[in-house]
Design a protein around this ligand. Structure first.
Ligand code: ZN
Length: 306
């Protein structure tokens, strides 16, 4: 099977724990990914909310350097993809797309949108949970700042896809009013099924659908269930809910591997095959599952990754 993952924090873990990409004890390594051909993973540079200004920009550079060092060592196995052409021409290799979680990585400077693009960033969330120069995350009530409007315009112009996972509801709608290109939510579930503030309301889901964006179903156990534990069944409930709302062509997976606590029956990238098979047991067609696990994200990139 193929697997396209819209979000993981493996790069952050690799950097802070000094691990290699090919083989490690994290949720994702290239060796375990080899049973999916291809595996395309979005590797995020996460900017913690206590890191701002030049520190944030420098931190981004350190982590992206780590990814390219690893690419030099293991280029036989994977490539950092910067265009849809790169994805299309992977042949036997896996693909990694460099992303940013928290536009605090810009250090408050508009010219750094270009620097990030040049470093290979192709998707960026506008916020993490807190506030940053661009606007408010899920823990707050404000929307896009003036600088935020400028940043979104620049991202669209440059070719960095806007991701509104972690955004406040106000910021989400500020963006939807002004965006001229499709935007995505890489790792959020349904707020109707699990009340967590990081999940999407049905109305937000409609908005993403109307712009032909993407919604990455995520394995974070707090976004799956309001109960103490989460299981595969919870994942199923979110997918069902979104499918009932016509999500067949915008649903994808955004695992959040290495960035969160997982349900009891999911351990890492090796679990993806089992999750796919579980859906089959619930009479999901392979056609539909292939869309969710790969094709919807792949087609989005075909249309939007220039
Ligand atoms: Zn996140």
């Amino acid at each position: 099977m193929n697997f396209f993952d819209l979000h993981c924090d493996t790069l952050y873990e690799m950097f802070t724990k000094n691990k290699e990409i090919f083989k490690n004890d994290l949720n994702i390594d290239i060796e375990r990914s080899l049973k999916y051909r291809p595996y395309i993973g979005c590797f995020a540079v996460w900017i913690p909310d206590n890191m701002r200004g030049k520190n944030a920009f420098d931190f981004f550079n350190k982590l992206s350097r780590k990814l390219y060092e690893q690419e030099n060592l293991y280029r036989k196995y994977f490539k950092v993809c910067k265009s849809f052409e790169d994805i299309k021409n992977l042949k036997e290799r896996q693909g990694i797309i460099l992303t940013v979680e928290g536009s605090a990585a810009l250090g408050g400077k508009i010219e750094n949108v270009n620097s990030l693009y040049k470093s290979g960033v192709r998707i960026m969330t506008l916020t993490w949970n807190g506030k940053c120069e661009v606007g408010d995350g899920a823990d707050f009530k404000g929307g896009l700042s003036d600088f935020g409007y400028e940043v979104v315009k620049k991202m669209e112009e440059t070719g960095i896809i806007v991701d509104v996972s972690h955004a406040s509801e106000k910021l989400f709608y500020d963006l939807s009013q002004m965006a001229s290109k499709p935007f995505i939510v890489t790792h959020s579930n349904s707020q109707t099924i699990c009340s967590h503030r990081r999940n999407l309301t049905d109305e937000q889901f409609e908005t993403i659908k109307s712009v032909k964006g993407l919604v990455g179903i995520t394995f974070c156990r707090y976004f799956l269930s309001d109960k103490k534990q989460a299981h595969f069944d919870d994942l199923l409930r979110h997918v069902e809910h979104f499918l009932e709302r016509g999500g067949e062509n915008i649903l994808a997976i955004g695992s959040d591997f290495d960035g969160t606590e997982l349900p009891v029956d999911i351990s890492g990238i090796e679990s993806i095959e089992k999750i796919y098979e579980n859906f089959l047991k619930y009479n999901y067609s392979e056609r539909l599952l292939d869309k969710i696990f790969f094709e919807n994200a792949y087609n989005f990139m075909r249309l939007n990754l220039t």
